[in-house]
Each structure stands twice: as C-alpha cells, then as structure tokens.
Design a protein around this ligand. Structure first.
Ligand code: ZN
Length: 122
C-alpha cells in the first residue's frame, strides 16, 4: 500500500492511472478537479469516500492539517492520537504547542482572534 499526504483545499496529483474512475471521483461531494492543477479535497468526509476508490488501486491519501496556534503542518498518521481521533478536522494542535506550558493561553488568544474575525464578518 502506498500512502500520499495531501492538504485540504490544496490541489494535488493522484499518482495512479484513473481511467473511468475519474468520473466517480469528481462526483464525490467535496472533491473537485481543476484542469492543470489537480484534485482538491475539501474535508475528511470527502477524503474518506475518495479513499474507498483509491484503496483498490493500492493508494491511501492521508491528510496534513495545520496547527491552529503556530501554523505548522501536522501529519495525522504520525500523531500520537491517530487511533482515537475522528480526523474530521482541518486544524489541530502540533505536539510542540500541545505540550507547551502556556498552551491554554496561546489557544485562547488564537480562538479569540477567530471570534473577533467572526464578529466583524456579521
Ligand atoms: Zn503548533
């Protein structure tokens, strides 16, 4: 089995000859294809459905999510919570931030930022 890491919302190429399966893939809700760029997967549910097709060709796509505090990329499969996590997220906390002493303050100040953005937008 081959694993390929992707990021939600960013185009990537599928390293397989898709043939007729291409039509099935772009029919999945949350999966798009942009000519010249590649496939875009919007969320974990779309990725799960896409993997149901790709697994038959020996390929599994694994998501890379961003740390909500420091913006670093996190590989879900390498995370210590991978077996218990639903992976239905596009942001997470990296180990470095998670185990830092002031993680709660950092997290709150980040979420406060989101909250203020949200309030400004309504
Ligand atoms: Zn982090």
């Amino acid at each position: 089995m081959e694993y390929q890491t992707i990021r939600y919302g960013e185009p990537f190429q599928i390293r397989r000859r898709l043939g007729n399966l291409f039509k099935d893939i772009v029919r999945i809700k949350g999966v798009e294809y942009e000519r010249g760029k590649g496939f875009i997967v919007r969320d974990y549910y779309a990725l799960t459905n896409l993997n149901k097709i790709l697994i038959r060709m020996g390929l599994i796509l694994t998501p890379m999510v961003k740390c909500v505090i420091c913006d670093k990329n996190i590989e879900c499969e390498k995370c210590s919570f991978t077996d218990v996590c639903l992976k239905d997220v596009t942001t997470c906390l990296c180990d470095e931030c998670l185990y830092s002493d002031d993680v709660v303050e950092k997290y709150l100040s980040t979420s406060r930022g989101y909250f203020e953005d949200f309030r400004r937008s309504i």
